[in-house]
Design a protein. Structure first.
Lengths: 271, 290
C-alpha cells in the first residue's frame, strides 16, 4: 500500500493517487496508490471479482474513477489511446473461423479507421502487421486460419495485434488461461522479451504467480476492496497476504522456488 | 401483379445463351427482374458476409419476419408494402442493437418475437381480405412482378447501403471480429451495431421482393456462408459472396423462364447445392481451397 518512493529517476507512465472505483453502489476497491514505470513488467493477481479487469477498464477510459486520480502519461485515461495495446480475456474462437491471422493483426493498426484503405496503405500496413507477427515468432501463423490455431498460437496472434499499434503499455487479461504449464512459461518468456526489446510496460492479469516469478518486476494484488503493490518477495508472504485478506493465509516455498498460496479461497469475501 | 409462376407459353430454350437472354429481355418484367435481382444480389452478398461473420443469421431471419408483419400491415392500410417492410425491419433492428450483441444471439427470445410477428402478419393478411397471392408473394418473393418504379427504388436503396458499408468498412470488420479491442480503440459498439442493423433492415426489405420473407437466407446467409468457407481474407470473402448470390439469382431467373417453377425455388436450391458441394469437397481436402 505504499507509494513508490524509490526509482524517481525513472519516468512513471501510469500514476494512481487515492484511486477508488465502483459499479453503481458496489465499491470494487478504494484508496489505491501505485505507479508504473516505462518497461516495467507488472503481474496483477487476486481472487475472481476483486476488480482486476476493472483496473484495465479504468486505464482504457471505459470506466471513470469514482474518486481519486489516475494519469497515463500525465493525462486522464481516454478511450482509443493508441499508446495502449489491449488483449482482453477471450472466449475460444469458433473452429469454423477461416479468417487469416494477418488480417486480424492488421485490424490492430487501422481497425478504427473510417472508409477503406488505399491499396498502397493496405500493403504498408500488412507489412507492419507481418513485422508484429514476426516479433512474437509468429511469421508462420500469418496465413493460417484463426479457427485452426492452438491456444498458445492464438495468444501470440492477439499479442501481435496489440503490439502492431506500437503501444507503450500492454494490458493482458488472463493470457495464460487454458494453456498448459509449458506453454504458459513459453508465453511469459516471449511477452517479457518483446516488452524488453520494445520498452513496453506490461500489466498482466493471472491467477497463478508461478509462471510470472522469473520475469515480473512488481505485483498489484487486488483483494477485498483493496489494492496492494510491491515486489513478489514482499507481497507473496504469509504475513503480507494474511494482512491483505484479513484472514490466515499461508505461503509455502518448494526447492525450485515455486510458491503455493493456501487459504485464499476461504478468505476472499464474496459479496 | 404478375403470377409468380413463369410465363413460358412461347419460349423454348436454345443452346445459345445470348439469344435466350435477348429473347427474355424483350419482356419488360424480365428486364426489371434481372435489374432488381442484380442490385439485390450484390447488396445481400455484401451485407450477408457481415451477418455470417457476426453470427447474426437467426436475427436476420427474425428481422425478415418482422418485415412480413410490417408489409402485411402496410397492405392492409393501403400503403406500399416496402414502406411497412422498412419501418418494421428498422425498428426490430434498432431494438436488437439497443439490447446489445448478446441479445441478438438469444435464440429463444428472438424465436418468440419471430413467431409473434408472423402471427401478426397472418392477422393483417386475413383482415385485408385480399388475394392470397399478396401473402404468397411476401412469403416467397415475386421478382417477376417488379415494376420499373420498384427497380429505381431498389437501386437507390442498394447504392445507399453499399456507400454506407464502404464508409464504415474497417470499423464494422473490427467490431464484428473483436468487439472488446475495437471498443478499447475508441470504436463505439452501440453506434456500429445500430448502423449495421439499419443496413441489414434495408437489405432485407429489398431482398424480400426476390426471395420473400421465408427464403431470405438463400441470398443473405448461404452465399456468405459459402464464401466464408472458401476464403481467408474479408475482401475476398465479400467478393465470393456477391458472385454466388449473383450467379444464383441470374440462374434462377434464367431457368424459371423456361421451366414453370418459382424463381425463388431455383435460387434457393442452387445456393444450397453449392453449399453442400463446397462442404463435401472440403471434407475431402481438409484444407481450404483458396
Amino acid at each position: 500500500m505504499k507509494r513508490m518512493g524509490k526509482g524517481k529517476t525513472e519516468e512513471a507512465i501510469i500514476q494512481a493517487i487515492d484511486l477508488s472505483v465502483r459499479y453503481g453502489e458496489r465499491v470494487v476497491w478504494q484508496h489505491a496508490d501505485f505507479s508504473i514505470r516505462r518497461g516495467e513488467f507488472v503481474g496483477i493477481l487476486g481472487p475472481n471479482g476483486a476488480g482486476k479487469t476493472t483496473l484495465f477498464r479504468l486505464l482504457l477510459g471505459l470506466l471513470p474513477p469514482s474518486t481519486g486520480r489516475l494519469e497515463i502519461f500525465g493525462a486522464a485515461p481516454r478511450r482509443g489511446n493508441p499508446r495502449i495495446g489491449y488483449v482482453p480475456q477471450r472466449h475460444p474462437i469458433d473452429s469454423d473461423m477461416r479468417l487469416e491471422a494477418l488480417e486480424f493483426v492488421h485490424l490492430g493498426i487501422s481497425g478504427n479507421r473510417w472508409g477503406v484503405l488505399l491499396p498502397s496503405e493496405s500493403r504498408a500496413e500488412r507489412q507492419k502487421a507481418l513485422d508484429a507477427l514476426q516479433s512474437v515468432n509468429g511469421t508462420e501463423l500469418a496465413h493460417r486460419s484463426l479457427g485452426q490455431l492452438s491456444g498458445g498460437e492464438l495468444q501470440r496472434v492477439f499479442l501481435a495485434q496489440a503490439l502492431a499499434g506500437k503501444p507503450d503499455i500492454l494490458l493482458l487479461d488472463e493470457p495464460l488461461a487454458n494453456l498448459d504449464i509449458r506453454r504458459e512459461t513459453e508465453l511469459v518468456q516471449l511477452i517479457a522479451s518483446v516488452a524488453r526489446a520494445q520498452q513496453v510496460a506490461v500489466l498482466l492479469i493471472a491467477h497463478d504467480i508461478n509462471p510470472l516469478l522469473p520475469v515480473v518486476d512488481r505485483l498489484i494484488y487486488a483483494v477485498n476492496g483493496r489494492i496492494a503493490t510491491g515486489t513478489p518477495h514482499k507481497i507473496i508472504t504469509t504475513k503480507a497476504l494474511s494482512a491483505l485478506y484479513g484472514a490466515p493465509v499461508e505461503v509455502l516455498h518448494d526447492s525450485h522456488g515455486r510458491v503455493a498460496v493456501l487459504g485464499t479461497e476461504e478468505a476472499a469475501h464474496h459479496d | 401483379m404478375t403470377e409468380l409462376f413463369a410465363l413460358t407459353s412461347n419460349s423454348n430454350f436454345s443452346p445459345n445463351l445470348w439469344s435466350d437472354l435477348q429473347m427474355m429481355w424483350q419482356y419488360a418484367f424480365m428486364q426489371h427482374a434481372f435489374e432488381a435481382g442484380t442490385v439485390i444480389a450484390i447488396v445481400a452478398g455484401v451485407i450477408g458476409y457481415f451477418v455470417v461473420l457476426r453470427r447474426l443469421s437467426f436475427a436476420a431471419h427474425a428481422l425478415s419476419h418482422a418485415g412480413f408483419a410490417g408489409a402485411a400491415g402496410a397492405v392492409l392500410i393501403g400503403l406500399n408494402p416496402l414502406v411497412g417492410l422498412l419501418v418494421f425491419t428498422s425498428g426490430g433492428g434498432l431494438a436488437m442493437a439497443a439490447l446489445g450483441r448478446k441479445a441478438a444471439s438469444r435464440d429463444v427470445q428472438i424465436g418468440t418475437v419471430l413467431a409473434f410477428m408472423l402471427g401478426l402478419g397472418v392477422l393483417f393478411i386475413s383482415l385485408y381480405k385480399g388475394y392470397a397471392t399478396e401473402a404468397y408473394s411476401l412469403l416467397f418473393g415475386e421478382i417477376l412482378g417488379i415494376s420499373s418504379g420498384d427497380v429505381i427504388v431498389t437501386t437507390i436503396a442498394g447504392a445507399l447501403a453499399l456507400v454506407a458499408i464502404i464508409l464504415i468498412y474497417r470499423r464494422l470488420l473490427f467490431t464484428s471480429l473483436d468487439e472488446d479491442v475495437a471498443e478499447s480503440r475508441g470504436v463505439s459498439i452501440i453506434a456500429m451495431n445500430s448502423i449495421f442493423m439499419l443496413l441489414l433492415a434495408l437489405a432485407t426489405s429489398i431482398a424480400v421482393q426476390v426471395v420473400g420473407v421465408l427464403l431470405i437466407f438463400a441470398l443473405m446467409v448461404t452465399p456468405a456462408a459459402i464464401a466464408e468457407r472458401l476464403t481467408r481474407r474479408p475482401l475476398a470473402g465479400i467478393a465470393v459472396s456477391v458472385v454466388v448470390a449473383l450467379l444464383a439469382t441470374w440462374f434462377g431467373l434464367f431457368i424459371s423462364y423456361f421451366v414453370p417453377y418459382p424463381v425463388s425455388f431455383f435460387i434457393t436450391s442452387s445456393v444450397f447445392a453449392l453449399y453442400v458441394l463446397v462442404r463435401l469437397l472440403q471434407s475431402y481436402t481438409r484444407r481450404g481451397i483458396l
